[in-house]
Design a protein around this ligand. Structure first.
Ligand code: UDP
Length: 140
């Protein structure tokens, strides 16, 4: 399997509960390497662009409000099959359906405030990484 990079966000519900380290421990234990990381407050424009694919969904406004409600930690994760691996490590969107051992099972509060984001495919990973990181900020 190829070495890939994926984009991750530790969402405001997790930073508010001081869970950055706990989430990162799960990420690293799964064999994913954190090759870029910064804590930021997203602007509304950044959040709307990031979740533009969900613009028509009923939860869009609420989702954008949540994503700018507090600090987030944006990350680039690297490893073998990193995109699918991180989706597995995150667990299902709805934490009540997430498997044991996943970040969302352990920490998510609800289907909206679900602690983490991870890219769903190689194309989106490339776009999402470029939205938040310059090439020289990523150190593998
Ligand atoms: N979301 C929500 N309500 C829903 C579905 C999704 O608030 O009914 C939010 C949630 O924060 C989720 C994000 O929108 O993580 C993106 O949804 P997606 O279906 O892409 O889930 P993910 O890829 O994050 O598991």
């Amino acid at each position: 399997m190829a070495i890939e990079r994926t984009f991750s966000i530790i969402k405001p519900d997790a930073t508010a509960r001081n869970l950055t380290g706990a989430v990162n421990a799960i990420i690293e234990k799964a064999g994913l390497k954190i090759v870029a990381q910064k804590r930021i407050l997203m602007t509304r424009a950044q959040a709307e662009t990031f979740y533009a694919v969900h613009k028509a969904r009923p939860f869009f406004g609420e989702l954008v409000d949540f994503m700018i409600s507090g600090p987030v930690v944006v990350q680039v994760l690297e490893g073998e099959g990193a995109i699918l691996k991180y989706r597995d490590v995150m667990g299902a969107t709805d934490p009540s359906k997430a498997a044991d051992g996943t970040i969302r099972k352990a920490h998510a509060k609800s289907i909206g405030e679900n602690s983490v984001h991870g890219s769903d495919a190689a194309e989106t990973a490339t776009i999402e990484i470029a939205q938040f990181f310059a090439g020289n900020e990523i150190v593998g």
